[in-house]
Design a protein around this ligand. Structure first.
Ligand code: ZN
Length: 159
């Protein structure tokens, strides 16, 4: 994990680990279906992670880590393999968002995942891991139990 903490750098690390580029964008709250939450636009070969530009930095970090956690847990596989109904794609999701994402090819979009796209259990998992990451990032102490849990989720290199 980046030290000192830098959420954008952490996004790059997760992107490298997954082998898929992640575009991080702050967008107006109006185009998000729930501005307290982020949005994960899953395209054919890359991902877009969106958060509200109104968010204070600490909240943006939480939202970013929350969405990264969904990616690390591969929660999208559940959605796209039909284990649960795919979220209805709202017109605002792609059309409204595309204006802010010039690199995005709307035809390449596989899913647009916001809070409504995941089960409560998956939301809890993502929030839990996000909290762990940020807690670790902002604490200077070396909590071995926490470090061990993070290693389990993120792989060995969490220091
Ligand atoms: Zn979520």
């Amino acid at each position: 994990m980046p030290e000192p903490w830098d959420s954008h750098q952490f996004v790059e690390q997760v992107a490298r680990a997954r082998g898929r580029r992640i575009h991080l964008s702050a967008v107006p709250a109006e185009v998000m279906d729930d501005k307290t939450c982020g949005l994960w636009v899953n395209a054919d070969s890359e991902d877009y992670l969106l958060y509200s530009e109104d968010s204070p930095a600490w909240h943006a970090d939480l939202v970013i880590c929350h969405e990264l956690s969904h990616m690390l847990f591969e929660h999208d596989l559940e959605v796209t393999t039909g284990q649960q109904p795919a979220p209805a794609r709202q017109p605002t999701d792609v059309d409204g968002l595309a204006a802010f994402l010039p690199d995005l090819d709307p035809d390449a979009v596989r899913s647009v995942l916001g809070r409504s796209g995941f089960t409560a259990r998956r939301e809890f998992e993502a929030e839990y891991l996000a909290t762990l990451i940020l807690d670790r990032a902002t604490s200077s102490g070396n909590d071995s139990r926490q470090t061990r849990m993070l290693s389990t989720f993120l792989g060995a290199d969490t220091r």
